[in-house]
Write a new protein. Structure first.
Length: 332
């Protein structure tokens, strides 16, 4: 800093103001200081700035998998919102969310000097893990089933599943079959429970649930089972990838979509509109989840009280060509 000040013929205090983004520096002086910084290869010392401000301007993210569409979109939204707030993101993926894995992830984040942590995996794994959250580090969980002990942000899973099921019933389908996500997933269970309650509220006994693992292949496997049954006219898949797999199975079985079977997904991934036919699905606003998550975390870091409790982001049904009114059988 002293070298930059000498070369620019300004005080070290002026260099400090420029490097910290303060506005009380003449524009011409600022440009001269920045040019001298480039000439000398000067970069502000992050550790020194953190000691002075008490902030590292880094947010840690712990997540279980990068294989699902929802997790990738959520991480992207968090990173973009953090960047807008002048924070960087340190990602710690964990292969298996066991007690030791989660504890190790927090240890690595502590060593990386973060100001706050976002957790993107099932909250019950936190409860099962035999460890305590590091004192003084604010935490926000993205999970719909975390409970009152955590600051939570998530999509309204139940609303989305109800929208999907009610849409199919409104088209005249007398039954809606469901390809659910993994049994251990809170999101999958919330969607499944809402699907079941919607059918029961309509006076319909829910059929047996088919479970996938979020993958296209699992949707294909369950689609072969459901598509072989002529009474199946409506399928709600718990995510778009399983819906795509189910649609492939239906095509192979000679079942027309939507004339024979209507299909609804969940997520509204970018490719959903390019499925054939284009997929009716439930849109999750991942960008808003990321924004709320970072806002709540920054509020907690600033000692605010408005960050506690849960915040849910509403879903929206996007109707495309994969659903249609039920076709009544031709009577001779």
């Amino acid at each position: 800093m002293a070298d930059v000040a000498r070369l620019a013929n300004v005080s070290s205090q002026t260099v400090s103001r420029v490097s910290n983004g303060h506005t009380n520096v003449d524009a011409a002086t600022r440009e001269r200081v920045i040019e001298c910084m480039r000439t000398l290869g000067y970069r502000p010392n992050g550790a020194a700035r953190a000691l002075k401000s008490g902030r590292f301007h880094t947010i840690g993210v712990i997540m279980f998998t990068l294989e699902t569409f929802g997790n990738v979109r959520t991480l992207d939204a968090i990173a973009m919102e953090a960047a807008r707030a002048d924070y960087s993101v340190t990602l710690i993926p964990i292969a298996n969310p066991t007690s030791s894995q989660v504890s190790g992830a927090f240890s690595r984040l502590s060593e990386a000097a973060v100001d706050g942590v976002v957790i993107i995996f099932e909250a019950h794994l936190l409860d099962d893990a035999k460890f305590t959250l590091p004192p003084g580090i604010p935490v926000v969980v993205i999970d719909s089933g975390a409970g009152s002990g955590y600051t939570v942000v998530d999509t309204d899973q139940a609303l989305g599943a109800r929208q999907a099921t009610e849409h199919l019933l409104a088209l005249g389908h007398r039954q809606v079959w469901h390809i659910a996500g993994p049994p251990a997933s809170f999101s999958a269970n919330h969607r499944m429970d809402a699907w079941r309650r919607t059918l029961e509220d309509a006076g319909i006994t829910p059929p047996e649930v088919r479970h996938g693992d979020w993958s296209t292949e699992s949707g294909y496997r369950e689609g072969l089972v459901l598509g072989a049954r002529p009474e199946v006219t409506a399928i709600f898949a718990a995510n778009d990838q399983m819906a795509l797999g189910a649609m492939r199975a239906l095509h192979e079985l000679g079942r027309d979509i939507p004339a024979d079977v209507s299909v609804v997904g969940f997520d509204d991934m970018e490719e959903a509109r390019s499925f054939w036919p284009p997929l009716t699905t439930v849109r999750q606003d991942f960008a808003e989840v990321g924004r709320l998550c970072i806002r709540k975390l920054l509020d907690k870091m600033d000692g605010g009280t408005g960050a506690d409790g849960a915040a849910t982001v509403a879903t929206r049904l996007v109707v495309r060509a994969s659903t249609a009114a039920v076709r009544e059988p031709v009577r001779g």
